[in-house]
Design a protein around this ligand. Sequence first.
Ligand code: OGA
Ligand code: MN
Length: 288
Amino acid sequence: MTLSFRPLHPLFAAEVGAVDLATVVAPDTLDEIRAGMHRYGVLVFRAQTLDDHTQLAFAERFDGCLHAKTGAAALGANRFGNEALVDISNVDERGDLLMADDRRRHYGLANRLWHTDASFVEPPGRYSMLSARIVPPVGGDTEFADMRAAWDALAPDMQSRLLPLQAHHSIAYSRQTLGFEFSAEEAERLRGVIQPLVRVNAVTGRRSLYLASHASRIVDWPLPEGRLLLRELMEHATQPAFVYRHQWRAGDLVIWDNLATMHRATPFADGEYRRELRRVTTLDVPRV
Ligand code: OGA
Ligand code: MN
């Protein structure tokens, strides 16, 4: 099978033509999609028929090992009884809209900060696959930023300065910047990990900035100096020229490379409309 890739942005992101991810098993086709991920960083598949079971199965077929140590799991079990299937929605276990003061809603609001998925665990997240089941009539788009383009646009002396640096990533930190509070036990489970500030894709050789709102400090730097650098890099990396905005339709599946892009949710009337998506994220380990 030969898939078509239609670029959605001058730098990255493409829409992939005519493939049913629920049933695709042909190794050649899966390899074409993997090559597309290396090239575009974000792939959009329209009109998919995925349910929870086929979405999980596709993620394993496509990229191996699934991430289940989510930040949300440290707060309580999700309504699916499977932490590898992440509930990206504004409803409770009965399907009712979350109340304005619900802790789960507050936690989910932090998706509006620029971030990568699962940079706060080791091994970190590689590919995220987000399936849209119910979308609001307006709003609730997702924005993606190309962190390879962000790296390429840095001056060479800045690049050499950044190359050896490492940052500490913690999901508790990104939530705390919004005033979300954790119990001592939750905070203990969400201590975070050290990540390189710059990554290289082993297939393409392209470097990318590895940033996220989870990045709390630069290792071995004074705290204010590290936070300033992280803020300045964040501003640089999310300038409009590097950003693709995805408008969801029910049935979309979007795959992104967490090691080469960042993303964030955008607002919608979440007290009025349901928005239900499911995410499965793979880990950055060799594929078996
Ligand atoms: C995610 C995420 C953004 C959104 O699923 O990891 O950050 O728009 N989603 O729901
Ligand atoms: Mn996310």
